[in-house]
Design a protein around this ligand. Structure first.
Ligand code: MN
Ligand code: MN
Length: 466
């Protein structure tokens, strides 16, 4: 008997290197390189929105006009407040019968937002006060170069775009840490206590304003900062009250390892899903059978609230509009629709095996991760995809030759997390989580596999093409 007699009985994860053709493998690094370039200029949801819209426009997508009746073949996008994009292609199939194919990722990432009145000085050094956004491990943010991104909107409505720290020759900013020689006491504190939210102050200036060659008497550093900002951007301290400004790592995406199969970067979560979702939409925008919607959401990292998050009403309004224009009942359309909730999975980290249950964890290079459920503490707060829908998606990916793996987020009761899946599935839409596995998720330098990234593109593409 051959030794393969029982092979079919056992589920075995295999890497892209074992499962993909030479031709496909050769495409992975090229695709990864394109993603890295895109990621470097998409460090905030606003920048990602801009770049997504530019790509959509180039592919013939038009800005959504609610007054226009939609028809088969229409391609359009909604620019939701510059922070959330929804793109759609109206397919040729019967929308009531086959529903809509939805993919949903998010384009916000953990970072340090500036407070409404951020500028202060202390003993000759000027700082920005921050309020961290999303699941940040505070100890990871001191002593790395930071760049400043965002917009200031003045009272007259004019907008000032700010990006400092990304271009060659730009200054960068930084949060300091103690020297080891004096960190004895700090070192005895638990990780989550040693660094505080109020301590994440960013150094931005260290010289005083001068008046006739002499330092001014009071608030000299602060006045110097505000003078520089006034000169460069025409803004005053009060203008910070209507601003979305944040600090992110100033580093660029880089190949990791001698073999260059990994990408280290800030903000993979979740642009590493948004990018393949975008390329898969563009690849299938010509004349799809299904109507396609691609959602690039904001605010996932802080609970999906607000008008640009997935709890917002815009998405269901869009489904209503498309359905009605095609003469269909939106409730029936939703009932027959399917959604891939595209968000990163936690990759098993061999350096921290204790946090994972390896059998059910995503393994690097074993393809895009399929997450039946996320949540925490006994599957609380999750969309647990049903067996029937899971089977349908499993079979779709297999037919398309996608390398994929089932993935769970760490050990039971080790922690947990959520995605936008539950907000879409409550609209009576079958939804499953799928995404690229990440090591060191939410850190300033997250790591992913170029192979897994490429398989994500293939997965979204197969889903759209059906
Ligand atoms: Mn995410
Ligand atoms: Mn996240």
């Amino acid at each position: 008997m051959s030794e393969n007699k029982f092979e079919d009985l056992i589920y075995k994860k295999k890497t892209v290197f074992e499962r993909e053709s030479e031709e496909e493998i050769s495409k992975m690094k090229e695709y990864g390189a394109r993603y890295m370039k895109w990621l470097d200029k998409s460090k905030t949801e606003r920048e990602a929105s801009r770049n997504i819209i530019a790509a959509l426009r180039e592919a013939g997508f038009e800005e959504y006009d609610p007054k226009k009746t939609l028809r088969t073949g229409d391609r359009f996008f909604i620019n939701n407040r510059g922070k959330n994009v929804m793109a759609a292609v109206v397919g040729s199939g019967d929308i009531e019968e086959i529903g809509i194919r939805i993919s949903a990722s998010h384009i916000d990432s953990p970072r340090l937002d500036l407070k409404p009145l951020p500028v202060f000085e202390s003993d000759g050094v000027g700082y920005f006060k921050t309020h961290y956004y999303g699941g940040v491990r505070k100890y990871q943010w001191p002593t790395i170069p930071l760049s400043l991104h965002g917009v200031v909107v003045k009272k007259d409505g004019s907008t000032v775009d700010i990006v400092v720290g990304e271009d060659e020759g730009d200054p960068v900013f930084c949060i300091s840490d103690l020297l080891p020689h004096l960190a004895g006491e700090q070192g005895t504190k638990p990780l989550n206590k040693a660094f505080t939210g109020e301590g994440l102050n960013i150094m931005i200036c260290s010289s005083p304003a001068l008046d006739e060659g002499k330092p001014v008497e009071n608030d000299a550093v602060k006045i110097n900062i505000l003078s520089i900002l006034k000169e460069k951007y025409g803004i005053t301290e009060e203008d910070f009250l209507s601003a979305d400004l944040c600090a992110v790592p100033a580093t660029k995406a880089a190949d990791v390892g001698f073999d260059r199969w990994l990408i280290g970067a800030y903000g993979h979560d979740d642009r590493v899903c948004a990018y393949p979702m975008l390329t898969a939409l563009l690849d299938n925008a010509a004349s799809p059978n299904h109507t396609l919607i691609a959602i690039f959401a904001d605010k996932e990292e802080v609970g999906s609230d607000g008008p640009t998050g997935m709890k917002g009403k815009l998405f269901s309004d869009l489904v209503d509009k498309i359905s009605r224009d095609l003469g269909a009942d939106p409730a029936v359309v939703r009932a027959h629709s399917a959604c891939l909730s595209a968000d990163v999975a936690a990759a098993y980290d061999p350096n921290y095996p204790e946090a994972f249950e390896k059998r059910n964890s995503a393994i690097l290079h074993c393809g895009v991760g399929f997450c039946k459920y996320t949540g925490h503490g006994g599957k609380v707060s999750t969309n647990d995809a049903g067996a029937e829908f899971s089977a349908k998606m499993r079979s779709l990916l297999d037919r398309a030759g996608v390398v994929w793996q089932m993935a769970e987020l760490g050990k039971v009761d080790q922690g947990g997390g959520g995605t936008v899946a539950m907000f879409i599935s409550t609209l009576n839409i079958d939804t499953i989580d799928i995404g690229v596995p990440v090591i060191a998720m939410h850190s300033p330098f997250e790591i992913i596999s170029k192979g897994d990234l490429y398989e994500a593109h293939k997965a979204f593409s197969a889903f759209n093409a059906e």
